[in-house]
Design a protein around this ligand. Structure first.
Ligand code: B12
Ligand code: SF4
Ligand code: SF4
Length: 374
């Protein structure tokens, strides 16, 4: 067997569903996209989050010759209803992106295999354009929602890339959009208008971005207060968003199939409640951190959970939000006030009024006043 087929065989034995190879040539389309939408991606192209570096695999390995692209289908088990609509499945998935230990281990094994066979592997290639690399390596095509789709399949994939200094037998690129004729369901369903035209998203309006773009997050953001128009549209998402995938006809076979449950997720789901998240202890945050680790501070998840409770609009949330109004964290108090205003009713109003009487933060006072004026 050749080195190329050995690599494919080994990657499949590790559980990867798709494997393909492309050259280490630059990605001009990617450069063009990032340059033409600089204001949308400025948060991701600076020194903290160097997407722009990904336009050239040689930035990861000067002697790069090839890119190995692997994709893992994370929809092989069902997802607990308690967490669906709140946490994106990619994050719930134990096969998710590298920070999740099982995926990191799989990725490390593939890297070691390549090295043991004489290849030099570039630094962890998180910054290569995974979707474009997937299309160039013949592994995936595009949907209007910007997602990479498996050929003839769905988009519930996480994609990883490894840059190496060896030549491989390259696959035929599949750089095409394979949407159903006249379908625009994803664009119509995106609640914030983030998907503003086929194949283009303004990340700053994406619910996913807003849930974890925060100070200290991997996403290099600085946002603590969620924009009001985004809050209204976040529904109950506290980490990620799957809407533009959920509505896609090409994902329906998987969404509707009866799949085995995942015992670990079921275990987490048993006490996964928005009320509990608003109030969460450090110990509980530690348990969730394995899945929700873009933010390094529980306050952002607490804030998101408060917004989600407001959007759920159920009066049962008032006690948890009342406790949140006593938190030392201004951002949490401000978003809890917004949520109480959204829920409305006499009890919520009384809590808001008494909170206003003792509140010293100008920002929180403004949030409370706006909530009372609803
Ligand atoms: C930054 C980022 C985000 C940002 C911005 C997303 C974005 N689309 O730019 C935010 C925080 C919003 C985000 C959210 C999510 N992300 Co994200 N994200 C990334 C990251 C790190 C870079 C994405 C990127 O390159 N953006 C730059 C823009 C320019 O690229 P693009 O949107 O893909 O645009 C493409 C099209 O315009 C296309 N194109 C342009 N013209 C033409 C013409 C033709 C003919 C064709 C065919 C194509 C084409 O080329 C561009 C390059 O791919 C990648 C990992 C990586 N290193 O690649 C993961 C990644 C894209 N994310 C992923 C996931 C799972 C998500 C979420 C679903 C998570 C969740 N549940 O909430 C959401 C989905 C949001 C969405 N609709 O994309 C997966 C997607 C897997 C897949 N099947 O596609 C990736 C690949 C991570 C991974 N390792 O698997 N993400
Ligand atoms: S993930 Fe949600 S908010 Fe982001 S583009 Fe898709 S539907 Fe819109
Ligand atoms: S919902 Fe329709 S338009 Fe959007 S990605 Fe799926 S097939 Fe394409």
């Amino acid at each position: 067997m050749s080195f190329s087929s050995d690599v494919k065989e080994y990657a499949r034995s590790l559980g990867y569903d798709l494997v393909g190879f492309t050259t280490a040539d630059t990605f001009p389309l990617y450069k063009e996209e990032l340059q033409s939408r600089q204001e949308m991606y400025s948060w991701a192209t600076g020194p903290d989050w160097g997407l722009a570096q990904g336009t050239d695999p040689r930035n990861l390995l000067p002697e790069a010759r090839s890119v190995v692209v692997v994709a893992f289908d994370y929809y092989k088990h069902s997802y607990p209803p308690e967490m669906v609509g709140k946490v994106g499945r990619a994050y719930q998935s134990l096969g998710g992106a590298p920070p999740i230990p099982i995926h990191r281990a799989r990725y490390r094994l593939l890297r070691e295999f390549l090295e043991q066979h004489g290849a030099t592997v570039g630094r962890a290639a998180v910054d290569l354009p995974a979707r474009l690399a997937g299309a160039r390596a013949g592994v995936t095509t595009y949907g209007k929602n910007t997602f990479a789709f498996a050929r003839g399949g769905g988009s519930f994939l996480v994609i990883s890339t490894l840059v190496i200094d060896r030549e491989l037998q390259y696959d035929e690129p599949t750089l095409e959009m394979t949407c159903l004729e006249n379908c625009n369901l994803c664009l119509e369903a995106c609640p914030t208008g983030a998907l503003y035209e086929p194949l283009r998203i303004d990340p700053r309006r994406c619910i996913a971005y807003n849930t974890y773009n925060a100070q200290g997050s991997w996403f290099g953001g600085t946002q603590t207060v969620l924009p009001l128009d985004i809050r209204e549209r976040m529904d109950t998402w506290i980490y990620g968003c799957d809407i533009c995938q959920q509505v896609c006809p090409r994902n329906q076979p998987r969404l509707k199939s009866r799949l085995p449950s995942n015992p670990y997720l079921e275990h987490l789901a048993a006490d996964f409640q928005l009320e509990r998240l608003v109030d969460m202890s450090d110990e509980y945050f530690g348990r969730l951190y394995g899945l929700l680790n873009y933010v390094d501070n529980k306050r952002y998840l607490q804030r998101n959970a408060a917004v989600a409770l407001g959007n759920r609009g159920n009066g049962e949330a008032v006690p948890a939000l009342t406790r949140a109004m006593e938190s030392p964290d201004e951002a949490l108090r401000g978003h809890a006030a917004w949520a109480l205003g959204k829920i409305g009713g006499a009890t919520a109003r009384t809590i808001l009024e008494s909170s206003l009487a003792r509140e010293s933060s100008e920002y929180v006072r403004d949030e409370i006043s706006a909530a009372l004026a609803r």
